[in-house]
Design a protein around this ligand. Structure first.
Ligand code: IMP
Ligand code: MG
Length: 180
């Protein structure tokens, strides 16, 4: 185990297996249709790759970068779009993918923003759901795993830019926070 990880919640095999299940579900739900996947950089890259490999439909992949003002471990009220989509989504089915839904503010704001562009539908998929911290009615349509209110890293999730490339989801040791 990585020296800064207190506990592994999900190993790589479990994540791959869950992505496969969700991919099959999405394939069935959108049968016969095309999908635009909107992956939220940077956190969603690993889950996006794993999930979309298991979606057996015509998929177009696009990316957005949004940032929330505030500190690194939780998002604040307003969201800033730093990089917008390359392609138009009017008349298309859109699936937004993020690493985790925490307060719910990111997914709520991005969903509302994309809904204004007249897509056929907008749904959301996340690897992790930290339900205890939600501040709104937002829920993801596809959830990999529900987790407790702990700060986790790996599989795309970072702490101050680090640990994204860990192939597991783990809880960070408190001593690591103290150092920053
Ligand atoms: P929300 O807007 O509060 O739902 O936050 C979503 C974003 O907060 C995620 O895309 C992550 O960047 C970040 N985040 C929330 N919880 C964690 C965590 O436990 N580890 C790493 N990043 C997190
Ligand atoms: Mg992040």
């Amino acid at each position: 185990m990585h020296k800064d990880i207190k506990q592994v919640l999900f190993n790589e095999e479990e994540i791959i297996q869950r992505a496969k299940e969700l991919g099959e579900q999405i394939t069935n739900d959108y049968a016969g249709q095309q999908l635009v996947v909107v992956s939220l950089l940077k956190g969603a890259v690993y889950f996006t790759a794993e999930l979309t490999k298991n979606i057996d439909l015509p998929v177009r992949l696009d990316f957005m970068i949004s940032s929330s003002y505030g500190n690194d471990t939780s998002s604040a009220g307003s969201i800033n779009v730093i990089k917008d989509l390359d392609e138009k989504i009017a008349g298309k089915h859109v699936l937004i993918i993020d690493d985790i839904i925490d307060t719910g503010l990111t997914l709520e704001k991005i969903s509302k923003l994309l809904e204004m562009r007249n897509p056929l539908s907008v749904k959301t998929a996340v690897l992790l759901d930290k339900g205890a911290r939600r501040v709104n009615e937002m829920n993801a349509d596809y959830v990999g795993f529900a987790i407790p209110d702990e700060f986790v890293v790996g599989y795309g999730l970072d702490f101050a830019g680090d640990y994204r490339n860990l192939p597991i989801i783990g809880i960070l040791k408190p001593a690591v926070f103290a150092k920053k």
